[in-house]
Write a protein that binds this ligand. Structure first.
Ligand code: FAD
Length: 302
């Protein structure tokens, strides 16, 4: 068996694997797609100490760093289920079973798509998901935020301090965000809120130039000119495959303590698949390191 088996090859998983391997213990990493969300990212400007990089380039350095250690890398393999027996057993989609004394789940998350024409086409060309990451790109421009829940309204407040104007579009007749966030939003002079509207299409040529929406009452189609938009309709953790053996919160994030420990002894989790409040590369890497050190501590005590 492995001493530490990491499931997931994004920033959290890679960091966990390197920290584990540096303890001289038998370490493996199994990933559906090495690099994770970083592979979908164009410019990265908040990976501290690196002023600018691009996702695929950062993912290649992850790979290079991992290969510097004796880590068993199983790429393009998807975990299907987890069971706790004498060891923790991970069954892969191809039927293989991997056994390990400790496991670190780092399967990340994915942004929920709007599913309208133009969204896929203009990803990284005006269609964005993360205000902490891409907000500054739209300095002085007109943008929209789709989604009036807490994350949408937090994004709109954040962006209002950077961009020229923010339009919030919410499908329901009312915003779902907490009252204090709504108050703060309505106190800002460069924000407009459209409720009871449905985004129909994101328009553009080589990049986004606007969006078309339907006013659900009375059913009028309208268009606004914009240079960017942030889709904030949910971040879905990749944790469904764990079933109900691993404790998760209402939105499916794995519940971890400050050691990265889950409800199952020997099972740890890190990064965007957990209930950590903010989802960023540096944060995921820190939590991966934290979980690996906790797994090592578990091994020397058991
Ligand atoms: P992920 O990166 O999601 O990696 C999860 C890993 O698990 C992947 O390897 C995946 O293939 C694997 N996996 C999933 N399910 C399974 C399974 N069942 N079996 C095996 N493997 C599985 N953050 C920043 O700090 N700065 C930025 O500029 C930035 N820009 C972003 C731009 C975009 C478009 C997106 C989508 C995200 C951006 N982020 C940015 C957020 C950042 O990418 C994430 O916070 C970070 O990648 C999370 O790392 P992670 O390792 O927890 O998860």
């Amino acid at each position: 068996p492995f001493d530490v088996l990491v499931v997931g090859g994004g920033p959290a998983g890679v960091s966990a694997a390197i920290y584990a391997a540096r303890k001289g213990i038998r370490t493996g990493i199994v990933a559906e797609r090495f690099g994770g969300q970083v592979m979908d990212t164009m410019s990265i400007e908040n990976f501290i100490s690196v002023k600018y990089t691009e996702g695929p380039k950062l993912a290649a350095s992850f790979r290079e760093h991992v290969e510097n250690y004796d880590i068993d890398v199983m790429n393009l393999q998807r975990a299907r289920s987890l069971e706790k027996k004498e060891f923790i057993e991970i069954t892969l989609e191809n039927g293989a079973v991997l056994k390990s004394k400790t496991v670190i789940i780092a399967t990340g998350a994915r942004w929920r798509d709007l599913g309208v024409p133009g969204e896929a086409e203009f990803k990284n060309k005006g269609v964005a998901y993360c205000p902490h990451c891409d907000g500054p790109i739209f300095k002085g421009k007109d943008v929209a935020v789709i989604g009036g829940g807490n994350s949408g309204i937090e994004a709109a407040i954040d962006l209002a301090g950077i961009v020229k104007h923010v339009t919030v579009l919410e499908f329901m007749p009312e915003l779902k965000a907490d009252a204090v966030l709504q108050e703060r939003l309505y106190s800002l002079s460069n924000v407009a809120v459209l409720k009871n509207v449905q985004v129909k299409e994101i328009t553009g040529t080589d990049k986004v130039n606007g969006l078309t929406y339907l006013e659900r009452e009375p059913g009028t189609v309208k268009h606004i000119d914009l240079q960017g938009l942030f889709i904030q309709i949910g971040l879905l953790p990749n944790t469904d495959w764990l079933g109900d053996k691993v404790e998760r919160n209402r939105i499916g994030e794995i519940i971890v303590d400050s050691y990265g420990a889950t409800n199952l002894p020997g099972l740890f989790a890190a990064g965007d698949c957990t209930n950590s409040p903010y989802k960023q590369i540096v944060i995921s890497m820190g939590s991966g390191a934290n979980a690996a050190l906790s797994a090592f501590d578990y091994l020397i005590r058991n």
